[in-house]
Design a protein around this ligand. Structure first.
Ligand code: DON
Length: 587
């Protein structure tokens, strides 16, 4: 990750520009003037554009981008992982949340993750077969292509298959991630066969080929879900898990299904927000935080009080996350109450304007892992279809384990369950009964793919970052509300609070020393100067100017915004196109 200099004035500028989402006065374009895609890797953005050129819509592009990310960012996501896809289908006007989250195998009882002393066995929770849930991403690709796409799956998967077979240049984040997980990854013969194929670990600049993964993708293209969840690939996955001491059954693999869920909706200062429902905690937390914030005009607050109010709202939402959130197919999550504006008003009333509310201190809460994996992409197409997708294998290179002969690196998403009640996971967040592991249950997530829409503007936004995803997306929405461009939104300095540990995390440069001292005087603990985190990818359409723009996180040098203006015939019949892409800021 490249260090970037954050300028406090960027945040202050956002205050100066803050206006309520204005009622539109100008004419509104009916269709966007082309397609815009922001993703964390240029090859993935290009795969989406290639699919669009071949006649695909945003959903075909999403399949192409998602599969390409699975190939070129194994450090972040892949066929052995899962994800959430928030879709807007322009023709029907319908929003749908495709939940391709991994599920717990039957073997994953809470006892299975405790050591002889009854402590959480962190190795089992994050490394190797026990850390992996039954993958969801392959099912999502098949589902989205079949139900929403225009092209056959073989066409949308073609770019990913090509790059898996021919290879792509290793970049710094892949090499560094491998270094940080090497000891675990090299335990497994399947992983060694992929990552040490040329005798040594992947090194920046050399070509990384994944022929087994290309074959697995081809099977998926030819046979649909059966190409992964049954037959040869499934047998190899089952054998590998068994060989390494884990337990999955053929029925669990064959029985995996994505779920289509109703997205969560609420309003904030004139914006209509559409976002992730449980088993993500992201949408609920976002709704709580933003609706609490409606009690203040953030633009009128100084940096100290603005940060204080933001943090107090974050603290309260993360407390609720810990207690109430889990898989709605297994536990009753009081979503309606939690996202009610009156509930937010009640929480708001408990915020002291000048004093930090101490979170209950729990002993032995470790600092969250620094980990920037998982990946997000955002798409708007010329029909007005939208895709906001976040996909993951959880931590860097997931479980570290590739099933031999498949190229499939298994996730370590099981750590997102509250494997031991009240014991923090890798992101320092914990949970209780609502998020206890159970056969077939989806582990709680923070992934928050979202749309926000006012009368004149529409934006698609999301990010990786574990529990920090929620606050990244939150700050991004506040940035759009303050009138920032998509690129400025992606670059905004970040702060975060998650109730426990009771500390404000701030990127270097996000808070100046005077603000840090003032916050400390109010009773806050502040970790100023943390390394940058996150990898936000966002695209936006201004309907009044009929302009598309994109923002890719400058913390990640491989990201790319790509645009494809409409073909001339549509231009003549529609409004005048104007497409601008703001690329990642150069150092
Ligand atoms: O679903 C979740 O919330 C996590 N598994 C996401 C992991 C993540 O973002 C890793 N990157 N920092």
């Amino acid at each position: 990750m490249r260090p970037i200099v954050h300028v406090l004035s960027a945040m202050l500028l956002s205050l100066a520009l803050a206006l309520p989402a204005a009622a539109a006065t100008k004419a509104q374009a009916k269709h966007p003037p082309g397609t815009v895609i922001a993703s964390a890797h240029a090859l993935a953005t290009d795969a989406g554009l290639e699919t669009t050129r071949a006649g695909g819509n945003a959903f075909d592009a999403a399949v192409a981008v998602s599969a390409m990310l699975a190939v070129v960012e194994p450090v972040s996501s892949g066929l052995g992982g899962g994800g959430f896809f928030l879709l807007h289908d322009a023709k029907s006007g319908r929003d749908v949340f495709v939940d391709a989250r991994e599920i717990a195998p039957r073997s994953a009882t809470p006892q299975a993750y405790l050591d002889a002393k009854g402590d959480l066995d962190r190795d089992r929770a994050t490394n190797g077969p026990w850390s992996a849930g039954i993958p969801g991403l392959p099912a999502a690709l098949v589902h989205i292509a079949g139900r929403y796409g225009r092209l056959p799956l073989s066409k949308s998967l073609a770019p990913a298959i090509r790059v898996a077979r021919n290879g792509f240049p290793v970049y710094a984040r892949l090499e560094k991630g491998y270094g940080s997980r090497r000891a675990v990854m090299e335990r497994y013969p399947g992983t060694r066969a992929v990552f040490l194929a040329d005798g040594d670990p992947p090194t920046e600049g050399e070509t990384f080929r994944q022929p087994d993964l290309a074959n697995t993708l081809e099977l998926l293209a030819r046979k649909g879900s059966d190409g992964f969840y049954r037959g040869d690939v499934a047998s190899k996955l089952l054998a590998a898990v068994k060989e390494e001491g884990g337990m999955w059954t053929a029925a669990e693999l064959a029985g995996y299904r994505v779920r289509e869920r109703e997205p969560l909706r609420f309003r904030y200062r004139g914006w209509r927000v559409t976002t992730a429902p449980p088993p993500s905690s992201g949408g609920v937390a976002l709704a709580e935080i933003l609706q609490m914030l409606e009690g203040w005009d953030l633009a009128k607050l100084d940096a100290t009080h603005r940060t204080h109010i933001l943090v107090e709202a974050m603290r309260r939402a993360f407390r609720d996350r810990t207690i109430y959130l889990g898989d709605p197919d297994f536990v009753k999550v009081p979503v309606a109450r939690l996202i009610d504006a009156d509930y937010a008003a009640g929480l708001r009333a408990t915020i002291h304007p000048e004093r930090a509310t101490p979170s209950d201190l729990l002993p032995g809460v470790p600092a969250p892992l620094e980990d920037d994996e998982t990946t997000h992409f955002s798409i708007i197409d010329a029909q007005g279809n939208l895709v906001s997708a976040t996909q993951t294998v959880n931590l860097t290179y997931g479980s570290g384990m590739v099933a031999p002969g498949t190229g499939v690196l298994l996730n370590n998403e099981m750590d997102d369950f509250a494997l031991k009640p009240g014991t923090p996971n890798a992101f320092g967040v914990m949970g209780f009964e609502a998020n206890a592991p159970k056969a077939g249950k989806r582990m709680l997530s923070s992934m928050t793919p979202s749309f926000i829409e006012s009368d004149g503007k529409l934006a698609v936004i999301g990010a990786p970052g574990g529990s920090r995803i929620i606050t990244e997306v939150l700050l991004g929405i506040l940035g759009y509300d303050a009138g920032l461009s998509a690129q400025q939104v992606a670059a905004l300095p970040r702060i975060h609070h998650q109730w426990q540990p009771d500390v404000i995390s701030a990127e270097a440069g996000a808070l100046d020393t005077a603000t840090v001292s003032a916050l400390q005087a109010m009773g806050h603990r502040v970790n100023a100067g943390e390394s940058p985190w996150g990898n936000l990818q966002t695209v936006a359409w201004d309907r009044e100017d009929n302009r598309l723009e994109g923002g890719t996180d400058p913390r990640n040098p491989t990201g790319k915004v790509g645009v494809l203006p409409l073909a001339p015939q549509r231009e003549r019949s529609g409004s005048r196109p104007a497409v601008s892409a703001t690329q990642a800021l150069e150092p």
